[in-house]
Design a protein around this ligand. Structure first.
Ligand SMILES: Nc1ncnc2c1ncn2[C@@H]1O[C@H](COP(=O)(O)OP(=O)(O)OP(=O)(O)O)[C@@H](O)[C@H]1O
Ligand SMILES: [Mg+2]
Length: 348
């Protein structure tokens, strides 16, 4: 009996509400972010056109089928998955594995949306990607249509050291994409790891054995600066920071940069920002345009040129357990995540 035989695809995958992380204590750091944070308050214009009104899910949902079936595949609804050990060798040579943490301790800024869709867009471009869901909410896991309640093991077991990472990975969840899933069990990890040796290095050590198997390992971080996030900062080569084009966009960024600096000094000397990605951009509001300008003037060329628009399709896709590349490949959001993927590839 295979590893995944008991799992059923959850078509309407559960989507837990984003945690509202309110970081009102902005510490003064040597990063000169004061200009941005002391900027005058700007009234937000809320303008909605009919095309962007929340709507009933579109009836034309592309079916996800995997045409190349093999004996090692297990059915999970309409999708098939294989165990990591049964994966067929990839057809291209893997470049240097880059571990990128998608991180911002502010809640609901588009981390999971970016993790799921950037992984899919990189996979579509013939890259081999492992998506690590390091958030107990498990939004990246359910975003790929995986029913978390049916999983026997998850990244929690890997961090606790009781299961090898290769035994937990669900391979080929989409073209070029494998996932190291999360379940609610992960919520206990912060507490359970406190008395463990080398608790900050757990993820780094586990992912280290996977270098050479993937072009990119993307880590979807939780909205906090706790031990899980510290594990991501230690494991990552570089960081991708999504910033929502919204009021208080830069709230807490100073704190994130400070955490990055401390981990860099003590545990991970080459850690740095790979790129800032602006999310949920609404071109009809002055506020969104001003946030883009502020972020670009503060972070300069670290900011990706691609700005992710606010799109109803992007918010609908997870409830069908699909990335935007599968759910609405012609949508602007899909094109923007493709553009972002190209920038990620080009920014070597
Ligand atoms: N570009 C977008 N257009 C429309 N909705 C979006 C977009 N990006 C994200 N959303 C929606 O905003 C909400 C928050 O996004 P997401 O879950 O990706 O944020 P997050 O930073 O991972 O949240 P958390 O901090 O809770 O993990 C979700 O409901 C998601 O569907
Ligand atoms: Mg998330």
């Amino acid at each position: 009996m295979g590893l995944f035989s008991s799992r059923k695809r959850n078509q309407k995958a559960e989507k837990t509400a984003p945690v509202e992380a309110k970081d009102s204590l902005i510490e003064e750091q040597e990063y000169n972010i004061d200009d941005v944070e002391n900027a005058p308050i700007i009234e937000r214009e809320i303008v909605q056109t009919p095309s962007e009104q929340p709507s009933q899910p579109s009836e034309e949902i592309p079916e996800v089928t995997n045409s190349e079936s093999s004996d090692n595949e297990e059915e999970l609804g309409e999708r098939t998955y294989v165990a990591f050990k049964d994966k067929a060798p990839v057809q291209h040579s893997i470049g240097q594995t880059r571990i990128l943490a998608i991180i911002n301790q502010k809640g609901g800024v588009g981390k999971s949306t970016t993790a799921v869709n950037l992984a899919a867009a990189l996979g579509e471009k013939n890259k081999e990607v492992l998506l690590v869901d390091l958030d107990p909410q498990g939004n990246a896991t359910s975003g790929y249509g995986i029913d978390k309640r049916e999983l026997d093991t998850c990244v929690y077991n890997v961090l606790l050291g009781d299961t090898p990472v290769e035994d937990v990975i669900l391979a080929n969840v989409a073209k070029g994409v494998d996932i190291l899933p999360s379940t609610i069990n992960l919520a206990g990890a912060e507490v359970e790891l406190v008395n463990e040796m080398a608790r900050e290095n757990r993820l780094k050590n586990s992912l280290g054995s996977l270098r050479g198997f993937y072009d990119y390992i993307l880590i979807d971080c939780p909205p906090s600066l706790g031990l899980l996030t510290i594990n991501a900062l230690v494991a990552a080569d570089k960081l991708i920071v999504p910033i929502q084009c919204e009021f208080y966009a830069l709230e807490g960024v100073t704190k994130l940069l400070d955490s990055m600096k401390r981990v860099k000094t003590m545990l991970n000397p080459s850690l740095d920002i790979y790129g800032i990605v602006l999310t949920m951009y609404d071109s009809r509001t002055n506020l969104a345009r001003q946030v883009v300008d502020e972020v670009r003037s503060y972070f300069g060329s670290a900011t990706f040129n691609t700005v992710i628009p606010r799109s109803v399709k992007l918010s609908e896709a997870p409830s069908y357990g699909q990335s935007i590349i599968e759910y609405a490949p012609d949508n602007k959001g899909a094109q923007c995540y493709r553009d972002l993927a190209q920038e990620v590839i080009d920014r070597e």
